[in-house]
Design a binder for this molecule. Structure first.
Ligand code: FE2
Ligand code: FE2
Length: 236
């Protein structure tokens, strides 16, 4: 069946989605375009992910290879904060990066998201019923995330830095992965209900801002969870 798929493509299809995602942001952009879950679904091979989502393997392999070739050129011009090369970072630095960039992002933007969702659900909820459900999901997710961030910062991450090992640490990692999955499910549902955060024609500025905010929060969580599941936890 696969005689026509050769070398590079075959190898790539057998790699895990998480591993490919950790090779750079360009690859992550390709996964986002095709709707492939690279954070909680990161353990699947690219082949499995394609089969599950009915994606043409050849197309995505070609795009990933093209990104690989363009990658180095693009990176040369970058001067903003990037997790490029996170695979090779020292564990303590990776933890500090996750906390300072991604946990801080959520602590700032989750309350703002809640405020805007509250507002637009109140004003537009009668005509756009999905807003009521999205508000409810966002509240549930925010509560779970704040608890999760605290737990990582004071528990798991501290224990990794203290070089703890054994069943206790393993349990903390499993707990964190469980939380990630829970949040992942909520993100998928919100994405579905909001039609990937596309605003209706009658949307006001607050509506647009709320959806943009939720989309940014969702994108940031995907990268954040990817750094933890596929890079940090794999190193331990
Ligand atoms: Fe985290
Ligand atoms: Fe986490």
């Amino acid at each position: 069946m696969e005689k026509n798929m050769q070398g590079k493509g075959d190898l790539l299809l057998l790699k895990s989605v998480g591993e490919i995602a950790s090779e750079g942001e360009g690859k992550i952009e390709v996964f986002k375009k095709y709707g492939i879950d690279f954070c909680c679904g990161g353990n699947k091979t690219l082949k499995m992910a394609c089969e599950e989502s009915n994606i043409n393997e050849k197309f995505i392999v070609n795009e990933l290879n093209a990104v690989q070739e363009q990658g180095q050129e693009k990176e040369k011009g970058k001067n903003y904060i990037s997790n490029q090369g996170a695979n090779d970072w020292d564990i303590d630095f990776l933890i500090d990066y996750i906390v300072n960039i991604h946990h801080t992002f959520l602590r700032i933007h989750l309350p703002e998201g809640a405020e805007y969702m509250e507002k637009i659900a109140r004003v537009h909820g009668s005509r756009h019923l999905e807003l009521i459900k999205i508000r409810e999901l966002f509240t549930k997710m925010t509560e779970a995330l704040i608890f999760h961030l605290d737990k990582e910062e004071t528990g798991l991450f501290q224990h990794i830095k203290d070089k703890k090992t054994g069943d206790g640490l393993l349990k903390e990692i499993n707990d964190a992965e469980y939380d990630h999955e829970y949040v992942g499910h909520i993100l998928k549902e919100m994405n579905f209900l909001s039609s990937s955060y596309s605003v209706p024609e009658d949307a006001c500025a607050s509506y647009k801002h709320a959806y943009e905010l939720l989309k940014n929060i969702s994108d940031d969580i995907m990268i954040h969870v990817h750094l933890e599941n596929n890079i940090l936890f794999k190193k331990i």
